[in-house]
Design a protein around this ligand. Sequence first.
Ligand SMILES: NC(=O)c1ccc[n+]([C@@H]2O[C@H](COP(=O)([O-])OP(=O)(O)OC[C@H]3O[C@@H](n4cnc5c(N)ncnc54)[C@H](OP(=O)(O)O)[C@@H]3O)[C@@H](O)[C@H]2O)c1
Length: 282
Amino acid sequence: MILVTGASGGVGTALCLELAARGEDLALTARDRGRLEALAERVRAAGGTATVHPCDLRDQEAVAELAAEVLALHGAPSAVVSLAGHSLRRSLADTIGRPHDLVRLTGTNMLGPAALLLALLAPMSRAGGGRLLVATSASARIPTPGWAAYGASKAGMDAWLRAIRPEAEQAGVRITVVELPLVATAMAAPTYGDRPRGALTPAQAAARVLRGLDRAPAMVSPPWARLAAVLSQAAPALAARGAGTGAEVARRLAARTSAPCGREGQGRGPGGQGRADQERRR
Ligand SMILES: NC(=O)c1ccc[n+]([C@@H]2O[C@H](COP(=O)([O-])OP(=O)(O)OC[C@H]3O[C@@H](n4cnc5c(N)ncnc54)[C@H](OP(=O)(O)O)[C@@H]3O)[C@@H](O)[C@H]2O)c1
């Protein structure tokens, strides 16, 4: 059985349907039960099996219950694909007085997923091993103004996974981190619109995740993101200046292109017009 978190999201749904076509047994989790049940129907119709396990990853007790429920029903998963995520674009000025942004984002993008993996690692190891695959973001390793809380939450998860990798792999559990670029899903829409130029489709992103699952590399990441990450480590002051300039250029471009016809809060670039903060849901 493969446990997929964020199963009902754009990338998660596309991935689950691919796995279903292979006849996989899936355990699906996210918060909204209705969306999970609708997806489970589609998984069954596509040739897989699915059980649904609603859970808010920000709630550590609920995460422990989720792990216990999945283990009791299925035994240890052969793989966990951690796709659940929450994003938020907000400038530093607008973040002042909002430390809870960090709490919310780390809860969904790091603390909840890490707690879930901690609860499953030992049973997976006892069952002969397995795979963990976690979606992070290029902004985890590249300074991205406006995305500080999101980038920090993904970077925290990335650092945690790198640190546990040697011990996890000794226990038979291989870890793959997938750094996704922009994907045209509900997560990206409030900032970039429904069809952002240059974005992957959910199916393309799911194909990257699936390749990661099949081949088990330590990391799946676009070459440009790897290069930018190395440069930002080697020359942090220069990288910060470059990121600041890039954000300002993007803000001006977006101000020019989105003002007359953009929907409220739907600027076409990282600095788009509209709300100062853009996120899918609170
Ligand atoms: N889209 C992009 O441009 C992009 C770029 C880089 C990385 N990523 C990463 O790729 C992964 C998939 O993103 P996506 O684009 O498919 O996003 P999405 O369409 O917004 O889906 C997010 C999924 O996470 C679930 N979720 C959100 N908050 C949750 C919580 N507190 N507890 C449990 N589940 C929660 C959502 O379901 P409920 O709302 O029902 O809980 C949904 O299933 C994420 O980790 C994201 O950070 C995305």
